[in-house]
Design a protein around this ligand. Structure first.
Ligand code: PLP
Length: 357
């Protein structure tokens, strides 16, 4: 798509929002920038590529997304380097995953070129919103919803794609206390667990709420069949350092989100010299390992959370603390590398960085 195919609507200066005064209190996902990118799918084609003022979406009450869950989204970030460059991180991976989610939810895929050109142009216009401190970034939320008015159970014939930008700090500011759900599951083989679709998250809200009420940061989900093998955390993939190897849940069952941070973490760990095993660990082995000292660290990985150290795991009414509730050396090393590349502080030998301009 050529840049001039995007209709950029003018916003008078008087209607631009004041920028935040201090980065200390921007929080996560609370601030929205002035503009959004939108596109419509109608009559079998994507059209109406527009950058306009951030605004509400008005839909018919029978729109398919309200009833049959045709909603998908992505989560990615743009980082400001110390020399003032705004850069994306592996955006082609988010686009590919977005299109896999679309296929699973019987929604149209989007041309990667439309997605990336729209995103870059939006970021270029909104660059002044980028926070400067390491750990902060512009969180990017692309989404697609089925908007055709139709109460019959079938896929929508019309869709809205939009991208909004939310300058944010780190999602988790501290070491995590994780709660293992024994009562509920997030997804099952044959379900839609690897798609980033609203229903997967909607179904997790009750247990997330229960866990937070008890003082935990997030839920660790177990597999649906055996209720034993660890799958992933609310919005993160999970890693354990066990017997000097690093373990993470395999992707084959398609029950977990195929995390881009997970993929980077595996590569970085291997390049640092650790052995990574993509194997399912049973929760009772993890607990045993914490008790006998063979499980030495755990961390979650995700775009929003980055690499987040796990300090304790609550299972069957007992809180098991790891590494004296401090960040472990493996977690520290891989986190420094990832953040170093994302903020342009160390070279990127992997080709993960995509400059916005
Ligand atoms: C359920 C779930 N697991 C894992 C992840 C981590 O994926 P990524 O590293 O691509 O952000 C996310 C975030 O997208 C998620 O929502």
């Amino acid at each position: 798509m050529k840049k001039n195919q995007i209709n950029v609507e003018m916003i008078p200066d008087s209607e631009l929002k004041p920028k935040f005064e201090s980065e200390d209190d921007i929080g996560f996902g609370q601030i929205k920038t002035d503009r959004m990118f939108t596109a419509r799918y109608k009559d079998g084609v994507w059209q109406e590529f527009t950058i306009k003022k951030y605004s509400k979406i008005v839909l018919d009450p029978t729109a398919v997304c309200f009833h049959y869950g045709q909603t998908i989204f992505e989560g990615q970030k743009a980082f400001l380097t110390s020399d003032g460059q705004l850069q994306l991180f592996r955006p082609e991976q988010n686009i590919a995953r977005f299109n896999l989610s679309a296929k699973r939810m019987m929604m149209p895929t989007i041309d990667p070129n439309i997605y990336l050109t729209g995103l870059k142009e939006l970021l270029r216009l909104e660059k002044d919103w980028a926070p400067k401190s390491v750990g902060s970034s512009i969180y990017i939320r692309p989404a697609m919803i089925g908007i055709e008015p139709s109460i019959g159970l079938r896929a929508s014939n019309e869709y809205l794609f939009f991208i909004i930008l939310l300058p944010s700090k780190a999602y988790f500011p501290e070491i995590l206390k994780i709660y293992v759900s024994e009562r509920y599951i997030r997804t099952a083989p044959g379900g839609m667990g690897s798609a980033k679709t609203g229903g997967n998250y909607g179904g997790s809200l009750l247990e997330e709420h229960n866990a937070k009420k008890k003082g935990f940061h997030a839920v660790l989900w177990l597999d649906a069949i055996h209720r034993r093998f660890v799958e992933e955390v609310g919005a993160m993939n999970i890693f354990f350092v066990y017997n000097d190897n690093v373990y993470t849940t395999p992707l084959e069952q398609d029950t977990i989100v195929h995390g881009i941070t997970r993929d980077c973490t595996i590569k970085l760990l291997q390049d640092i010299g650790y052995k990574v095993k993509e194997e399912s660990l049973a929760i009772e082995d993890i607990i045993k390992g914490i008790k006998d000292g063979t499980v030495t660290e755990s961390f979650g990985t995700g775009t929003a959370a980055s690499i987040a150290p796990v300090g304790s795991i609550y299972y069957q009414n007992v809180d098991y603390v790891m590494n004296n509730f401090t960040i472990g050396s493996v977690t520290q090393k891989v986190r420094e590398k990832l953040l170093g590349i994302q903020y342009g502080k160390i070279p990127d030998p992997y080709g993960w960085i995509v400059p916005v301009e």
